[in-house]
Write a protein that binds this ligand. Structure first.
Ligand code: T4K
Length: 370
């Protein structure tokens, strides 16, 4: 089987190289490589327009965006978050000296379960950091209500949620801040990159200072900021990628629909429901490998690998299983039964614009033949 074409969980969408050359020529001509150049400004404006948000600050990657978002709101103490995410979510708290408090997820969405948040609030709690897992919107209204009642900030890790719309427009407008990732594996990529979406110009100014070492001008530093700036190269890539984003999303939607048509006939493979009032970005295609499937999730993962198909066990291990978190009281498995079960069952199948229908049939045949 090793001579078959490898199929990865994702493959970045890239326009023809020739289309990038004019951008490079401009960079070479101007000699402006970074520190807020013209492409940086253009991409911020273009993304605000595309995403339907008012203010957006580009970042070198999503993780530095998360760390800076917490700094921008001066978050301290304890923050309630999910164990079912990429490890950067919790790491961003620890990099700020904040204690993560893990709360279980909802079985339908695998997002932070609002019904369990209140029990985890202590006098030290200052914020909630939910994740729109796989791009599925959190229960933003319920979370907002709790945050308002307890005077907590909400910072959404929206790394998966580029272009996702909920019942009232862009999901990125909820909470105090939202943070996107533009990593190569994401729906929209700038090779590496990210952004913070913020509600007002004043907050954006603070974030812009923080991502540039705290500099206001040549001689004034107002905060112990970091270097989180996106370069002109990455910003130019973003501008080019944005031209093809609608076509890329349309193909993702077709792949999603094909899986949804083919998979229900396979006993033991459960598709996470896509119900709910939202517009998806088809970033991931997670399935649950249930106990009545002939193989375990890990058995299926290995079987697919033998067929040169590289699915991923997002998110296994749980964040709470990593050594730096597992000692926390909130990290104990009995506190997190839904996330613990999901980490054992979830498998993300390949989905990306370059995936052909034949590729999807190959993946589904492999699942069926087990
Ligand atoms: N919050 C959440 C919820 C996140 O999911 C992430 C990132 C973050 C925060 C942090 O955002 P960033 O700081 O990264 O902007 C990937 C990504 O590295 C990571 O960005 C992402 N989440 C996470 C879910 O997945 P891996 O370990 O799966 O990547 P890797 O290298 O194994 O790639 C997966 C597949 O993608 C490969 O098998 C082939 C394909 N691929 C990958 C790369 C990097 C390519 O075809 N080309 C490429 O250049 O972590």
């Amino acid at each position: 089987m090793r001579d078959t074409k490898p199929i990865y969980v994702t493959q970045p969408h890239l326009p023809p190289l020739a289309e990038f050359l004019p951008y490079l020529e401009k960079i070479w001509d101007s000699r402006v490589l970074t520190n807020g150049g013209p492409f940086h400004a253009q991409l911020e404006a273009a993304l605000c327009d595309y995403l339907g948000v008012e203010h957006l600050a580009l970042f070198t990657n999503g993780t530095i965006g998360l760390i800076t978002a917490l700094q921008a709101l001066r978050i301290t103490g304890e923050v309630i978050t999910t164990p079912y995410s990429f490890v950067a979510t919790a790491h961003s708290l620890v990099w700020n000296g904040i204690k993560p408090v893990f709360v279980d997820v909802h079985p339908d969405t695998l997002n932070l379960d609002p019904a369990r948040i209140e029990a985890a609030i202590t006098p030290q709690t200052t914020a909630i950091m939910p994740v729109h897992c796989y791009g599925h919107p959190c229960d933003v209204d319920a979370i907002e209500k709790i945050a308002d009642n307890y005077n907590l900030k909400v910072i959404y890790d929206a790394a998966h949620a580029f272009g996702v719309k909920c019942h009232c427009g862009s999901v990125l407008t909820h909470g105090d801040l939202s943070v996107l990732s533009f990593h190569a594996t994401k729906v929209f990529n700038t090779f590496e990159g990210g952004a913070i979406i913020c509600p007002d110009a004043k907050t954006k100014v603070r974030i812009d200072h923080l991502k540039n070492f705290g500099f206001v001008d040549e001689t004034i530093v107002v905060a112990p900021g970091i270097n989180g700036k996106m370069s002109e190269f990455n910003a130019a890539l973003g501008l080019l990628q944005l031209k093809g984003i609608d076509a890329a999303l349309a193909r993702r939607r077709e792949v999603d629909a094909l899986y949804r048509r083919l998979l229900p006939e396979i006993k033991g493979i459960r598709i996470l429901s896509d119900s709910g009032e939202h517009t998806s970005n088809y970033a991931y295609f997670p399935v649950m490998v249930e106990d009545d499937y002939p193989l375990s999730r890990d058995g299926l993962y290995t079987r697919l690998r033998e067929q040169n198909i590289f699915s991923r066990r997002y998110f296994y291990p749980l964040i709470t299983d990593f050594p730096m978190y597992r000692g926390l009281p909130s990290a104990q498995a009995e506190n997190l039964p839904v996330a613990t079960a999901a980490a054992r069952k979830a498998l993300c199948l390949p989905i990306y614009p370059g995936l052909t229908d034949e590729d999807v049939y190959r993946v589904v045949d492999c699942l069926r033949s087990a």
